[in-house]
Structure formats: C-alpha cells, structure tokens
Design a protein around this ligand. Sequence first.
Ligand code: GLU
Length: 491
Amino acid sequence: MTPRRTRYAPSPTGYLHVGGLRTALYNYLLARQSGGAFVLRIEDTDQTRKVEGAVENLYEIFAWLGLDFDEGPRSGGPVGPYVQSERLAIYNDHLQRLVTTGHAYPCFCSSEALEIMRAEQSARGISPMYDRRCRTLARDAARTRIASGEPHVWRMAVPPGRVIAVDDLIRGTVEIRSDTVDDQVLMKSDGFPTYHLANVVDDHWMEITHVVRGEEWLTSTPKHMLLYEFFGWTPPRYAHLPLLLNPDRSKMSKRSGDVAVEDYRRRGILPEALINHVALLGWHPGDDRELFGVRDLIAEFSLERVGKAGAVFDVTKLFWMNSEYLKEQSDDVLFERIRGELGELIEVNGEARVRYAVASLRGGIQTYADLTERVVQVFAPAPHPDNEMARLLHESAIRDMLGDFIMRMAEIEAAQWSEFAGLEDRFKSVAAEAGKPYGVKGRTLWRGLRAALTGQPHGPELAKLVGMWGRERTLSQLGRALDTARNALSR
Ligand code: GLU
C-alpha cells in the first residue's frame, strides 16, 4: 500500500463536532494503515469566526481521544506553517499566478450591489450567482481602480461550457456543468484568501494524497478541480462522507442536541467507545461485528466500505457501546476514575469498603457517573421503607427468624467483616441457619432479609451489601427492623 498523506483541516470553532471526529478518524486510519502521515491544518481564514484557545482545545481533545498528528501547528513538519493565517504570502503568490494566466480577475461590486443582483435573479426565478459583470472590465481600468485604493475582491474565471468531472472514491464520478459554477471569490478584500484557494494551495503543497471530508463540500469540489487545472497540478483523490443524521433523519447540527465530543466526554463516554461509534457511521465491516478498537479499525477500515446514505447517530447505541468498554476496565481503574467524587465516603467508611462497593456495584453501568451514583446511594441513609416490604416483617416466622439471624451476625468476628469474599459466604450460611428452625428459606428468606436490611424490594446483593456497610451499620439496621417487627406485635 503506498503511504497516504491525509489531513484534518478544521476551522477553529472551539469544539469538536462528532462529524468532525469521524472525518478526522477516517483520515487518521487511512494514514496509519498505509504508513503515511496524518496532518493537522488549521483553516482560520475567516477572521470573523476566530475563537480564542480553539487550537489548544483541539489538541487537548485529540490527546484524550488518543489520535495523534504527525505534522501540525504544534509539532511542525516539513511543509508548514500549518495555520492558514500564517501562510498569507503563499496564497498571494498563487493568486498572482492566476491573475497572470487570466484565471482570476478583480471584482469591485459592493455587497449592496451583489444583494440587489441576487434579489433580481431570485425574482426572475433563476438561482443566484455572480453575473460576472467585472470579468469584462478592461485590464487598465481595473488596474487604475486598484491603484486608487478602491476595495475589491478577486474571483476565479470559471470557463464556460465545460463539464467538470469529480472522481469520488465513495460516489463514483460526479459530473457538473461549469455554467452552474459560480465565479468564486478567491481573495477577500481584507487580503485573506477564501477557503477554496487556501484549501487547494495547501493540499497541493502539503502533498495530500487523499481528501476525506463531509458531503457538504462536494459542491465546492468542481471549483477545486478547476483550480488544480489552472495551476497545472494533479488533484488528490477525493472521498465525501455521508451526512450524519439524528434518529428522526434530520441533519445533525449544534442546535439539534449534543454534537460536541466534549459533551460526551463530560457525560462519561470513553474515547474508545466514541471512536468505535463514529467509525461505524458510514463505514461497515461487512459482517455483524460491532466492537472495534482503533487497532482493529486500522487493520480493517477501507473507503470502499463507506456508504453514500446518511448515517444515523444513535445515542442509545453509543451508551451501550460505552458499557461494553467499561466491562473491560479493572475494578482498580474504575475506582481511580471516580475516587475524586467519593472523597467523603472514603473518609467515613474507609477505602477498602468503598473499593469493595465499586467492585460489587459495577455490573451493567453505562458511565462512570452511573457507578458513582450507585456507590453514593449504597452509603446514603436508608430511604423510607416500602410498605409491602415493611409488612413482611410482621409475619411471625420472619420476625422470629430475624432475632436469631441478628444474634448470629453479631457473632461474626470484627476482622471478618473486612474479608469481603469470606463474609459473603458467612452471610449466606448464617442466613440459611437462622431460617431453618422456622421453615423460612429460599425466596421468602431473602425477601425477609431484604425487608429488614433495606426496606426496599430491589437493590444490591445482600451478601455484598453487608460488607459494603460494615458491622456497625448492618447491625443497627437489623436492630431497627426487629424493633419494627416487635412493635407491630404489641399493637
Ligand atoms: N475547513 C473545512 C472544514 O471546516 C475543511 C473542509 C475540507 O476538508 O476541505 O470542514
């Protein structure tokens, strides 16, 4: 496989859209599987949209994701600078080349004039497009106006009557008539290039072999193809990825909900799960496997298996995937991840018991937050008992068994309360022994003990709960339950 040079070329918006992550990931995979290079280029030519700290954020979130760049603003590289606002002289040179060869011309139309033009076109039922009125200005006249300081932009002179073919690795050949292509502005009046000029110049000089980007750029590609032709360069291969959709098939946008990778990170999604999830938005492995680590993706990803149809971003599925990745983490890792939020609990109950709680309560969690919540709940004061459960305590067999059970629990030596596995066994045998003389066993026995210990119909396994609570709380809770049972008797 020949080494591919790919790039992720975001405008610095201050957050990473999940669609941006997918674009970056696919580019990353293509580079990594071919031993090529993955380049970060910051496309900040729109000065009005500049966001402070955006580049730092970007590096931070990619570090969290574990996706690294080979070249970019931070590490540099042989074809930098990698920030477009630092490359203005290069764009200017290239614009001059286009002017000299007659492929670019100055346009003096004011924004008001353009607006009127568009309004008239719309009124006549034709799609708005620059009417090319400045294209026919005499060179000398134009030069004089520029010299006098008249504001102007530079536009590309799209040749009439041509068919432009875009060879797309996902869509096949897409043909566009040049008559429908606007004389795109290449250089703005503020001296900054537009996306189109900068993108083409950079992809060429940065030796990008494959441009993988969102479908929304497909309509710009004919303009880019023309620019390559004007410069006499060979264009890279293109692949335009299908749109990302909400489950109702509307386009996924910032307004339609959580689209920022940062939000999912905050909600406790693991980078592995997020990467796995977005990898499958468009790409399919050809069988029904769903769990892919980055290594698997590097080995298996291919653009041939990326579809054209919009891909639905299903948050429920993402959380399911997250639970699958959480299963692979050790108890220690889970504990360390939430330790910060458990500070007070650890102080009061001791680290060993809180660690045991983490290990006991982790089954089926979807996020770290779920786990924290469960642990906090286990140590929190008992909620008001459920009526149905409280009534169980009034049954004479259970009441009598309870007295016996408490005595036997109190006999367990203090040291054994912190040998959790042993305590679980001991608890089970004590329970069985206590029930025997009263004929209480099986489901009735466990329901009765649950009524006594928590007063709730559902909750953690009792044999583990007593270990999490420790001797003091267990015995005092049981004592209270016995009081309740006896009070009912005397009433
Ligand atoms: N700066 C563009 C963006 O924000 C890059 C598009 C491209 O990859 O060509 O998506």
